[in-house]
Design a protein around this ligand. Structure first.
Ligand SMILES: [Zn+2]
Length: 483
């Protein structure tokens, strides 16, 4: 039995009392005066626990939380006298989900309503993540006020998931996404957050400047394809080999992981051979050669974030798609309405000749390559690429999980990708991603069994973030009727 009497309050060795959940599930709650424990305790009992490691779920177990961290987890536990106990019989508990590829600066709507580009929209999108059980997000570049937002989330000024990110992107001159943001008229706004490098000196300077900010990694674009809303022509420049090597070396010298957007197997191989850490999209332009790349990724411990749902982002208005009435209350109405409003770039993209076919083909290739990655043993994390047109924050996660499942991953493999692997990939594996003593208490409680049907993750009843309970149903969106 776990004995908490040697607690971190500095009074080891004195046993106070012990309470435990008996195997039969009878809770003996002690009410003792003069208990020795300091801090706030929360005990979650009665639920089925999926701990994020991929093993069988724990039944009749409890999670004891002290302040922001998990103090213990398992069938044998001590209930501190001052604990708040929450009985979660019939529910499933699992680690808060981690979306390892998002863009909080993009609304995820149709860009048809100016209110999408207000601070209120960002705040509402952060709330949506909690409503979908996502307690950590990684902004994969580029957001102008990433650091300010991180601080506001840390201090509680903003409500939302933990936020990590790169803040900036590095690409070859005029290459993705520079051409895209130029076409969208966003170059003045977003241009300063992309370094267009054409020499080894540029590369060193870019990493030096980026690492002077509070970033969690370096994001590279190494692709001939404009994987945006307009075309998939493979006619752009990649990063030159010496530049690619320099960028990765300089980032690693500063202890920063390197994340890359690649599209073809050859691009992914070049990145992996140069020493990169994480490929943040599917290899979506070809299947031939992908298996060899995945084998190399296993050898070099390079992770893979498939971002499948983003290929559907352009046709989210199809019947049965993930834009549905069920999202009302979980996604700000302004964003939902914008997807189907006149002027929506989501609708407009349907009229770009060949684009939907390109996307459908890319999704097929991505699904097939995910199966290859899985067979090869590549570490897979979950990322939605939310923030792009039609890729609603939070809501897109559910679709991403379903597509990963359809591509051949079991529900348990999908859950591990969205929890433990996600934490490892964003460099937070020591403190997040699994339910283990000593880790931060980010936990979600869902109604139903996600191992049977992942759509149970659409029924998040409770979120614990940093040891504090949040009722997602009570999170209210900021209304902004006028600009
Ligand atoms: Zn992205």
């Amino acid at each position: 039995m776990l004995d908490l009497s040697a607690d971190t309050a500095g009074r080891p060795g004195r046993r106070s009392f012990s309470c435990r959940l008996l195997p039969a599930g009878i809770l003996l709650l002690c009410v003792c005066s003069g208990h020795l424990w300091a801090g706030e305790f929360l005990v979650l009992t009665g639920g089925r626990i999926i701990d994020g490691n991929g093993g069988p779920p724990l039944e009749d177990a409890a999670i004891v939380i002290r302040d922001s961290k998990i103090a213990s987890i398992g069938p044998d536990f001590v209930v501190p006298a001052n604990a708040r106990i929450v009985d979660l019989g019939g529910k499933t508990l699992l680690p808060g989900l981690i979306d390892a590829h998002i863009h909080i600066g993009g609304s995820g709507g149709g860009s048809a309503d100016p209110r999408e580009f207000t601070p209120a929209a960002v705040e509402n999108s952060l709330l949506s993540y909690l409503k979908f059980g996502v307690t950590s997000i990684y902004d994969m570049a580029a957001h102008p006020s990433l650091n300010a937002m991180k601080t506001a989330l840390d201090t509680g000024e903003l409500m939302g998931p933990r936020l990590y990110g790169n803040g900036f992107g590095i690409t070859a001159p005029g290459s993705h996404p520079i051409r895209l943001i130029t076409e969208l008229g966003l170059l003045d706004y977003l241009g300063p957050f992309y370094f267009q490098v054409d020499s080894v000196e540029d590369a060193k300077e870019a990493v030096r400047r980026i690492s002077a900010e509070q970033v969690d990694g370096i994001k590279l674009f190494h692709s001939r394809v404009e994987a945006g809303t307009t075309r998939f022509d493979a006619d752009m420049d990649k990063l030159k080999p010496d530049i690619l090597h320099t960028l990765i070396e300089e980032a690693h010298a500063r202890n920063l992981k390197v994340y890359a957007h690649t599209s073809f197997p050859s691009e992914a191989r070049e990145f992996v051979e140069a020493g990169g850490d994480v490929i943040v999209h599917s290899i979506h332009m070809a299947e031939t050669g992908a298996r060899d790349v995945f084998e190399l990724m296993v050898e070099r411990d390079v992770a893979y974030i498939p971002t499948l749902a983003v290929f559907e982002g352009g046709y989210t208005t199809k019947p049965g798609s993930f834009v549905s009435p069920h999202l009302h209350g979980k996604v700000w109405d302004v964003l939902l309405a914008s997807i189907t409003a006149p002027g929506s770039v989501v609708l407009a993209s349907r009229n770009v000749p060949g684009l939907l076919n390109d996307r459908e083909r890319s999704l097929e290739i991505s699904m097939s390559n995910l199966e290859r990655a899985l067979q090869t043993g590549v570490r897979i994390a979950m990322g939605s690429d939310a923030g792009n047109a039609g890729m609603l924050h939070g809501a897109s996660v559910l679709r991403e999980l379903q597509l990963m499942n359809e591509a051949g991953m079991t529900p348990m493999q999908v859950l591990v990708a969205a929890t433990r692997n996600g934490a490892e990939v964003i460099g937070r594996g020591e403190e997040l991603g699994t339910l283990e003593a000593g880790k931060l208490a980010d936990i979600i409680v869902v109604n139903g069994d996600p191992l049977r049907d992942l759509s149970a993750l659409g029924n998040v009843e409770l979120v614990v973030k940093n040891g504090k309970i949040i009722n997602p149903g009570e999170l209210e969106f900021k209304e902004l009727n006028k600009l």
